[in-house]
Design a protein around this ligand. Structure first.
Ligand SMILES: Nc1nc2c(c(=O)[nH]1)N[C@H]1C(S)=C(S)[C@@H](COP(=O)(O)OP(=O)(O)OC[C@H]3O[C@@H](n4cnc5c(=O)[nH]c(N)nc54)[C@H](O)[C@@H]3O)O[C@H]1N2
Ligand SMILES: Nc1nc2c(c(=O)[nH]1)N[C@H]1C(S)=C(S)[C@@H](COP(=O)(O)OP(=O)(O)OC[C@H]3O[C@@H](n4cnc5c(=O)[nH]c(N)nc54)[C@H](O)[C@@H]3O)O[C@H]1N2
Ligand SMILES: [Mo]
Length: 763
């Protein structure tokens, strides 16, 4: 960690631009990466190349020379580090000792090189062979009750290993298949599905080329999906208006220079990205959108009275939707002052945003964690859909609803059967194609896995990627229970803190990354991933692996499965592990409409589109129609206001990928040097008698009795432009403050964006 005092400077340059190129080029990352790493980057996100393992943004059919962004390049170079974390390293350090290291220090040890077994006698990880690992894990799994074991997936593994993982779980005997989506866009998988029948976004890249307005809520593109900035910039340049809802003024949505554009980089002016920026308070989107809708209805009534063209698409509403009247009754009963209080923005701001909607023929809604990670997150999504439905803005060109996904294949993992919900799994096809009878009861979400863990009922864990114990809420209780598991297995690229909480028997299995060659007996293997716009792309690595002992995720999953479930000749684990095209054939036969001829189509430029019924105005909802949401709350936070209580937003910096910390520069926010900070509005600081640089603790304040004390100490106050009553700081450092029970009501996604806390000055 750096000793430098934190500072918040206005970052006075646009997102993208030289800043991002310099940050990449001068970065020590490049020096750390092995030879040829920059050459490798040229193949990123290209047909015939490998797909970036950072975000899930689309891979266009006609890519630029360098189809990557600062952060995608960082992620790849980081994977390709020349540092190696070898058995010799583990011989020198006990696990107890390594637990004192920061996540960053562990990362810096580099790529894992050998399968490792935890030896409780010496408290060290020791080298093992793959055969030993598979046999021991298989034996242990057979000894455990399958229902007491959870198979987690972190959203990176490709479609082929994911499909195998899902059938492995079910052949073994459970549906405990949570993935990172359960902390992320599960609110979408459940909430968006509920209202439009589709668990994923309805837009394609083409829609972005035709829209007149974009409502952009709770997503930070400059850091988390930088490649979206170029199509957004093009949209703005042809007159599309972007209305942003976000408590923070995020740089990428303020202004942008395309780093791939030579003229703009040298003499061009940055593009102002937003038409309007509503700095809502945490959870304020439901009310803010209701205000926007109030304005839209007023303007529509006016148009109708004057015989002008209506703003509401009445034909669409009649034919395709249900529930409007109930919602309108609630809206009528809600006053402007109530909406202002709950949203943190003014009536005038909401009205101005309403006017943008009225003046646009085609509107897209885009959102991220700012909507999904709330106790009433699904209602936020529902309200955005309400707004879109009024103008018939779903299921036609230039319009739609577009969640921006997190991990590069998190959407795809759900698509190919990694789901704890039986009704979403292709059980009939499993029966038909694999003679596989699958368990009937739903499995664990991430939160339910943790509940079972805390209750002592979850005895085994396999993690296909991830640093789960750090990514989840309530660290203290979870970490204590974690080590009581009988078996913990991690398939990973680098050492992280979760690996240092071994269960009674524990294995660390090192895998290839996407840019690396995956040579099996039938040759170098293709894998495939699905992006945020439901396009499937082939990916092939060409670099030589970080160690000769690495296996692909596909081979590892198949290896464990073969040692655990035997006796069904249709489960051809060993053959699948030698030729992944056989797995793609199975995927194609499981979902023929979407995946036919998968191996051929996925390597076309731009991949292939899997399709989406809502895009065609086919609503796979309970009512068979698109459903208006009648809100039960005006603010999405689960705990309301009280004296001395703030709502804390936990954020990613520009220098991290989830729990992987690359450095201590949050460049686009002008924050340098430290991650143990709490951002606070200057006026709130005065009211709380706090000054810049003060040391403070945050304490969770749910207003509930008999709650354990949840606190994070040693934070430094940094003044920042935020709405009243709002604090912000970094994930995962602040995760101990989030109670496990504090999650989206519909989907159980932890509510990391509106955590009720008090702030106390350290004496
Ligand atoms: N470089 C990089 N890229 C990544 C990741 C990474 O860590 N690093 N992580 C990947 C993953 S797994 C994911 S899920 C995505 C996450 O990408 P995002 O969805 O952008 O997630 P966050 O960074 O958590 O930030 C969400 C934004 O919501 C805003 N916000 C917070 N509360 C509210 C609210 O109540 N209302 C509104 N309207 N806004 C709010 C925050 O200020 C922030 O700008 O990024 C993916 N891409
Ligand atoms: N407070 C708070 N908590 C949050 C969030 C938040 O915004 N606020 N965001 C949530 C979200 S959206 C998410 S997605 C989670 C994610 O949280 P994490 O689980 O931390 O995310 P990952 O990036 O999946 O996991 C990183 C680890 O995966 C391993 N890894 C990296 N690449 C590969 C690979 O190619 N294969 C395999 N097998 N392993 C690999 C490495 O060992 C690395 O340490 O955190 C959630 N937690
Ligand atoms: Mo995520």
């Amino acid at each position: 960690m750096s000793d430098k005092a934190p500072e918040a400077k206005e970052y006075d340059r646009p997102a993208g631009g030289w800043g991002s190129v310099k940050s990449l080029i001068k970065s020590e990352l490049r020096d750390r990466a092995g030879p040829g790493a920059l050459e490798t980057l040229r193949r990123q996100n290209k047909p015939g190349g490998y797909m970036c393992s950072s975000c899930a943004w689309v891979k266009p059919p006609a890519p630029h020379t360098f189809e990557f962004c600062e952060n995608g390049a960082k992620a790849t170079l980081w994977d390709l580090t020349s540092a190696r974390c070898t058995p010799e390293f583990f011989a020198q350090h006990t696990v107890t000792e390594l637990r004192e290291w920061s996540g960053y220090e562990l990362e810096m040890e580099g790529r894992l090189t050998h399968p490792l077994r935890y030896d409780p006698e010496t408290d060290k990880y020791v080298e093992a062979s793959w055969d030993e690992a598979f046999a021991a894990i298989g034996a242990k799994l057979k000894a455990l009750d399958p229902k007491s074991v959870t198979f987690y997936a972190s959203g990176k593994a490709a479609l082929e290993p994911s499909y195998l993982y899902a059938i492995f779980a079910r052949a073994y005997g459970h549906n405990n298949l949570p993935d990172s989506s359960n902390m992320c866009h599960e609110t979408t998988s459940v909430g968006l599905k509920k209202v439009i029948g589709s668990p994923v976004g309805t837009c394609t890249l083409e829609d972005l080329e035709h829209c007149d307005a974009i409502f952009y809520l709770g997503q930070n593109p400059g850091t988390n999906s930088p490649r979206i900035l170029r199509p957004l910039q093009e949209a703005v340049q042809r007159g599309c208006k972007i209305v942003v809802f976000n408590p923070l003024r995020e740089k990428g949505l303020v202004e942008f220079v395309d780093p791939q554009h030579p003229v703009q980089m040298t003499v061009g002016k940055p593009t102002k990205m937003h038409h309007q920026y509503l700095q809502v308070r945490p959870g304020g989107d439901i009310a803010a959108l209701m205000g926007v809708i109030k304005r839209v209805l007023e303007r529509d009534a006016e148009a109708e009275a004057k015989g002008r063209e209506r703003i509401l698409d009445e034909a669409f509403i009649d034919q395709h939707t249900t529930g409007l009247d109930e919602f309108l009754a609630t809206l009528k009963d809600t006053s402007w002052p109530e909406l202002e209080r709950a949203s943190g923005v003014t009536r005038a701001e909401m009205e101005a945003a309403g006017d943008v909607y009225c003046n646009a023929k085609k509107v897209i809604g885009i959102y991220g964690m700012g909507l999904t990670q709330h106790v009433h997150g699904a209602q936020g999504i529902g309200m955005l859909v309400n707004l879109l439905l009024l103008g018939g803005n779903i299921g036609r060109q230039g319009a739609g609803c577009s969640p921006i996904r997190g991990h590069s294949n998190v959407q795809g993992q759900r698509t190919v059967g990694i789901t704890e919900k039986v009704k979403l799994a292709p059980v009939e096809k499993y029966r038909e194609l694999l003679d596989l009878e699958t368990p009937e009861e739903d499995g664990h979400t991430t939160v339910e896995f943790l509940e079972a863990l805390l209750a002592g009922e979850n005895k085994g864990y396999i993690g296909l990627g991830g640093n789960l114990a750090m990514a989840v809420p309530d660290h203290e209780a979870v970490h204590e229970a974690w080590q009581r598991m009988e078996l913990t297995v991690h398939v990973a690229t680098k050492l992280n803190r979760t690996h240092l909480i071994p269960g009674k028997e524990s294995w660390l299995l090192p895998c290839l990354v996407r840019a690396e060659e995956d040579l099996r007996s039938t040759g170098n293997q293709w894998v495939s991933i699905e992006d945020s716009f439901s396009h499937i792309h082939g990916s092939m690595g060409k670099r030589s692996p970080a160690s000769e002992h690495l296996l692909s995720e596909t081979a590892i999953v198949a290896g464990i499965a073969a040692a655990t479930v035997s006796g069904n000749p249709k489960l051809r684990w060993r053959e699948w592990a030698e030729d992944y095209a056989l797995i793609r054939d199975l995927i194609a036969r499981t979902w023929p409409d979407q995946f036919h001829d998968m191996s051929a189509r996925m390597i076309q430029p731009g991949g292939f589109y899997r399709g989406n019924p809502a895009h065609e105005r086919i609503w796979k909802t309970e009512s068979g129609k698109a459903e208006f949401t009648d809100p039960t709350v005006l603010n999405a936070c689960g705990v309301g206001d009280a004296q001395g209580r703030y709502h804390l937003v936990t954020l990613r910096s520009n220098d991290q990928f989830n729990t992987t910390i690359y450095g201590h520069s949050d460049r686009l926010r002008g924050l340098e040097g430290d991650r143990m900070i709490v951002l606070m509005r200057p006026e709130d600081m005065v009211a709380a008698n706090l000054a810049e640089g003060d040391r403070v603790s945050l304490i969770t304040d749910t207003g509930r009795d008999a709650e354990p004390t949840r606190a994070v100490e040693g934070l430094t106050v940094v003044p920042y432009n935020l709405p009243k009553g709002t604090l912000a700081g970094y994930f995962p450092e602040l995760n101990p403050l989030v109670p496990l029970w504090y999650h989206d009501q519909l989907s159980k996604t932890p509510a990391s964006k509106g955590v009720p806390v008090r702030i106390e000055k350290t004496a």
